[in-house]
Ligand binder design. Structure first.
Ligand code: CDP
Ligand code: CDP
Length: 221
């Protein structure tokens, strides 16, 4: 049996992972899986149900009865409802690291992520794809950029979407989230030993796409 191909892209918040992963998937005809959107959807549901984000047991129970569907054009459906915009709200960003620190949540979403990769060639982005979810991925990229650049990009993105925000607050939120994600007990954000680092600080989106395509084509097996 031919195993499906996996390109894993991990890294801190707003490094450009999802933008680039989606385009690379399109170019290669792979399925794009935004694992951050899955953690955000779980967080949104917990908040909507007034569940304490620290309450692992209740969130675990809730998750057993939760459907999350991702489409290739970056839409996210939670129990059948389109939550593509709702999961990007600041309140979700502020609580997602707490929810994603729970072991049960990680184990369950990992199980679902592995399922995706069984049937399709995938570009999967997140925090622990190359280290934990699919450690035998064909290509592992650790995508990063300076925190100043990342905050500025999120700021510009918010302006484009008419979401009011403050650059300094965004920077602090990104730093706090990176710190929580990197220091949690279960599958923290760290570079896989065999991942290739792509620093996007001074690169345009097209230049990053080219860099990834070159890595994939260069290493074609
Ligand atoms: O897009 P952004 O970089 O802001 O974040 P995201 O990729 O949507 O991920 C949101 C959050 O989900 C992260 O800050 C992590 O807490 C969590 N996450 C995770 O723990 N593991 C993953 N594989 C993906 C996301
Ligand atoms: O998925 P992640 O949180 O890593 O980042 P993203 O949501 O793909 O990218 C954050 C923002 O940076 C988006 O608005 C992208 O258009 C922008 N970006 C950029 O300006 N230049 C790059 N080289 C990569 C992303």
């Amino acid at each position: 049996m031919v195993r499906s191909k996996v390109i894993a892209i991990d890294g801190p918040a707003a490094a450009g992972k999802s933008t680039i992963a989606q385009k690379v998937a399109q170019m290669l005809g792979y399925v794009y899986i935004d694992t951050g959107a899955m953690y955000r959807a779980v967080t949104l549901k917990a908040l909507n149900q007034n569940i304490d984000v620290e309450d692992e047991e209740t969130i675990a129970k809730m998750l057993q009865d939760t459907s999350i569907r991702l489409t290739n054009d970056k839409k996210v459906f939670l129990d059948g409802e389109d939550v593509t915009d709702a999961i990007r709200q600041p309140i979700v960003s502020q609580n997602v690291s707490a929810v994603s620190a729970h072991k049960f949540v990680r184990d369950e979403l990992k199980r679902r992520q592995i399922e995706y990769a069984k049937t399709d060639n995938v570009v999967m982005d997140g925090r622990d794809i190359g280290t934990n979810v699919l450690p035998d991925a064909d290509y592992k990229i650790f995508m990063t950029a300076s925190v100043e650049v990342r905050a500025q990009r999120r700021y510009d993105e918010n302006l484009r979407r008419n979401i009011p925000c403050d650059l300094e607050t965004l920077k602090q939120e990104i730093q706090t989230r990176d710190e929580l994600d990197s220091t949690r007990k279960h599958s923290p954000l760290i570079k896989a030993e065999d991942a290739i680092v792509v620093d996007t600080s001074d690169l345009t989106i097209d230049e990053v796409i080219d860099a990834i395509i070159n890595i994939v084509k260069g290493g074609e097996k």
